[in-house]
Design a protein around this ligand. Structure first.
Ligand code: AMP
Length: 116
């Protein structure tokens, strides 16, 4: 069994977080250390440590992450100007929290690199 991270506690509302969306498959909350005016993390409610651990049965949750990203980008008012979606994997990818998460970043020109 994979070890839980702080993100499981956020999903269960056991610790405070600025949750902007939650349904049966995914939860979205504002990053505690925002690197852009809009910086939201979208995560599956199921604990999946890395992108390497995604199974076929997780495809519904993975798809939901994208439709929620689209919805939140519209709500943040960044859809037209544009934004970036990032998922880091393992050490070389710069992953710090081992519960997969999609970064939604926008609200300013992001340049060619971010989170590097
Ligand atoms: P990564 O480097 O892709 O694993 O990103 C982890 C992200 O989680 C970082 O951007 C952190 O700022 C963010 N983070 C860590 N703990 C929390 C927390 N309790 N609430 C919100 N965001 C967090």
């Amino acid at each position: 069994m994979a070890e839980e991270t702080i993100f499981s506690k956020i999903i269960r509302k056991e610790i405070p977080a600025d949750v902007v969306y939650q349904d049966d498959l995914v939860t979205a909350f504002r990053d505690i250390n925002p690197r852009a005016p809009s910086h939201i993390l979208i995560i599956p409610n199921k604990l999946i440590p890395t992108v390497n651990d995604i199974e076929v049965e997780d495809e519904a949750a993975m798809g939901r992450m994208f439709t929620v990203a689209r919805k939140l980008a519209a709500e943040e008012g960044i859809a037209e100007d544009g934004y970036r979606l990032i998922m880091n994997c393992n050490v070389h990818g710069g992953q710090e929290v081992y519960h997969i998460h999609m970064h939604l970043l926008g609200g300013r020109p992001l340049g060619p690199l971010l989170l590097g």
